[in-house]
Design a protein around this ligand. Structure first.
Ligand SMILES: Cc1ncc(COP(=O)(O)O)c(C=O)c1O
Length: 399
């Protein structure tokens, strides 16, 4: 019946399509029209999946490893995840404390659905990945957002997160390395937060999806620091997507106390069942073979990060903190806002319309006056993108 709103469920009034996807859709349309678009919006590695990982998938296919597996993931995969966390962080998780899901996104969603419900408040931070907020809402709980500050390099501190805790707070979600700022929670702050959370009986969920992409040898052993103090209320969510250039394969995981993993398992058993069987074999290869491929990609990302920061200095008003992780820069556009370009959304809309550069605005991350620039693309494209961004910024009217 035209003109009438279809009778969608009430929950659909509170969520919409991920805002980071909007620019990508507009850019796709331009590309179809033959326009030379520079896309610096991608939230995924530009590298191919490492050859030894795809070889394991080919082998699985040839062996007809194409049936349902255990709902939680094969024992082999869960042991491989446990092995990786033991090697990297010195923490110990048994196979029944680990479940594989279809990406870190589903891992986080199942953790949210298992733990949160109506009446609960869940504290998380902005600028931040919007999905975390939507998942809290989908679980019927209330997100409470604290804001990190550019003046402090977007540092996520225990005091800031704890300042939002009320008697209704059930959990705190920490994303480190963080999207979109690339900032890390320091080990000192993590210890402080762990001690307080343990005292107050709060859960901590750590979104570690950019683990493996930490630069400058900064210590970042959050699993051990939280685990030593409050393992019984700690949920670690990780993913093969970013570190191993496996975004399309869809594999993430939850490491948590048995009851939480059992909850995730029950949800998954009625929803999507096991992660794709071929993917599972590929991820076992990724997690248990040499980690040199991760180090090699990390070295390239670091070189790009440093180079783009240098290029951005050509326009000193585009100030940008040096991120310690992930593959994003988060330059400020504060100096360019004016009555005719009042928001970063207006800035990035104009950038797309005039210079055909795609970057998501701060508004996509519950923030203002900045945009996210992904350096998971070639130096050539990055150079072209930065040139266009600076040209556009300089064309804007002065305040
Ligand atoms: C902060 C953060 N967490 C989790 C994810 C989930 O990634 P995936 O579902 O591909 O593992 C993403 C993806 O962009 C992310 O940015």
């Amino acid at each position: 019946m035209s003109g009438q709103t279809p009778a969608l469920a009430e929950r659909m009034q509170h969520i919409g399509l991920s805002p980071t996807m909007k620019g990508t859709i507009a850019a796709e349309k331009m590309r179809r029209e033959g326009i030379d678009v520079v896309d610096l919006g991608a939230g995924e590695p530009d590298f191919p999946t490492p050859a030894h990982v795809t070889a394991a998938a080919h082998k699985a296919l040839d062996a007809n490893f194409t049936k349902y597996t255990a709902n939680m993931g094969t024992l082999e995969l869960r042991e491989a995840i446990g092995f990786r966390y033991r090697e990297d962080y010195g923490v110990s998780y048994a196979p029944d404390e680990i479940i594989a899901a279809a990406g870190g996104k589903q891992a986080l969603y199942h953790a949210a659905m298992t733990l949160f419900g109506p009446g609960d408040e869940v504290v998380t931070h902005a600028p931040g990945w919007p999905t975390l907020l939507e998942q809290i809402k989908l679980a019927g709980a209330t997100p409470v957002v604290v804001t990190t500050r550019v003046e402090e390099g977007w540092a996520l501190t225990a005091d800031l997160l704890l300042s939002a805790v009320t008697p209704r707070t059930k959990a705190i979600i920490v994303n480190s390395p963080g999207n979109p700022t690339g900032a890390l929670m320091s080990e000192t702050e993590a210890k402080k937060l762990a001690d307080e959370a343990a005292k107050r009986g709060l859960w901590i969920i750590v979104d570690l999806c950019y683990e493996g992409l930490v630069y400058d040898s900064v210590p970042h052993n959050l699993p051990k620091i939280f685990g030593d103090v409050m393992r019984d209320k700690l949920v670690l969510c990780g993913s093969a997507s970013k570190a191993y250039a496996m975004t399309g394969w869809r594999c993430g995981w939850v490491l948590a106390p048995k009851a939480i993993v059992a909850g995730c398992n029950a949800l998954q058993s009625h929803e999507s069942s096991n992660v794709n069987s071929i993917t599972q074999k590929a991820v076992v290869a990724a997690l248990t073979s040499s980690q040199d491929c991760v180090a090699e990609m990390r070295a390239v990302y670091k070189q790009r990060r440093d180079q783009v920061i240098e290029w951005l200095k050509e326009e000193p008003r585009l100030t940008c903190a040096v991120p310690q992780g992930a593959f994003y820069l988060y330059p400020s556009v504060q100096a360019f806002l004016s009555p005719s370009v009042p928001t970063s959304q207006a800035f990035t809309d104009g950038l797309l319309a005039k210079e055909f550069v795609v970057v998501p605005p701060a508004e996509a991350f519950e923030a203002t006056a900045a945009f996210r620039l992904s350096y998971a693309t070639s130096l050539e494209k990055l150079r072209e993108g930065v040139t266009r961004i600076i040209r556009y910024a300089n064309s804007l009217p002065l305040k």
